[in-house]
Design a binder for this molecule. Structure first.
Ligand code: FPP
Length: 250
């Protein structure tokens, strides 16, 4: 057993049946703050601590990929002050967690329109991605200025350019090729999608990739989400019967 297996077994999980990829829609920061009569930014700040917990717990348990929906294409419509606070928090996170990511063999990856982010954020992201590019313990995928529809449009444009250039025949386009032209090309599809704050929505997140993901929605607001609940959700996942459209074999 390696140390991740020990952690998982101690938590009551079967290390062999952990989801390889967990994706999380981190929702409820604003409501968490409102309940306490605080500014929304305080909710995001507390939410950033939960991000640290989720990354650490995933790595310790042996989850191979964690994708966090940190900023959607729609989030650009929020007030300038909130966007700016989120970017500042992201920079703070990257600065404070870089060494921990490197020490723990975590590779940072970004999915989304990275070019739309402020230069000070992109340079920190690029620096951390480059420093961690050979890490193999876990991939932390941050979805930033991410929208699944825009990702799909980008893929369609790439494939149609190849068709127009005569280097790709439409008949050769299959599911694998589509997957290979999405931001997530080198990561398996999520086995488990978690959404906090009780909203029953997908919110333009990984629309292609979640075709067969198990979905878990918890009422807990993201800043209150903790390691114990994360483990309980993983246990619930391990109790599910995943048939991928097939029937159960006797
Ligand atoms: C949703 O809550 C959350 C976001 C839009 C941003 C997520 C950001 C963080 C968790 C903190 C910073 C991130 C990193 C990676 C350090 P909401 O504001 O929509 O909440 P509400 O629905 O209750 O208003």
């Amino acid at each position: 057993m390696n140390s991740s297996d020990d952690f998982a077994a101690e938590a009551g999980l079967d290390p062999a049946r952990l989801p390889a990829h967990v994706a999380i829609i981190m929702d409820g920061n604003g409501r968490w703050a409102k309940k306490r009569m605080l500014n929304r930014v305080k909710g995001h700040e507390k939410g950033a601590d939960t991000v640290r917990m989720a990354v650490r717990a995933s790595r310790e348990l042996g989850i191979a990929a964690l994708t966090l929906y940190a900023f959607s294409t729609e989030n650009w419509q929020r007030p300038e002050t909130e966007i700016s606070a989120l970017m500042t928090l992201l920079k703070r996170f990257l600065k404070s967690e870089k060494q921990e990511m490197l020490d723990n063999n975590i590779r940072l990856n970004v999915i989304g329109e990275m070019e739309r982010l402020p230069g000070s954020v992109t340079s920190l992201l690029e620096e951390t991605m480059q420093a961690s590019e050979n890490n193999s313990g876990m991939v932390l995928n941050l979805a930033l200025s991410y929208g699944a529809r825009s990702e799909i449009v980008r893929m369609v444009r790439q494939l149609s350019a190849l068709v127009a250039a005569g280097t790709l025949s439409p008949e050769a386009i299959d599911e694998k090729m589509v997957s290979n032209h999405l931001y997530t090309r080198d990561i398996p599809d999520p086995d488990l999608l978690i959404r906090t704050s009780g909203e029953m929505r997908i919110s333009n997140f990984l629309l292609w990739q979640i075709a067969y993901s198990e979905i878990h929605i918890t009422d807990t607001l993201w800043p209150d989400f903790n390691r114990e609940e994360f483990i309980e959700i993983l246990k619930d996942y391990q109790g599910r019967d995943r048939r991928f459209g097939n029937v159960k074999t006797p």
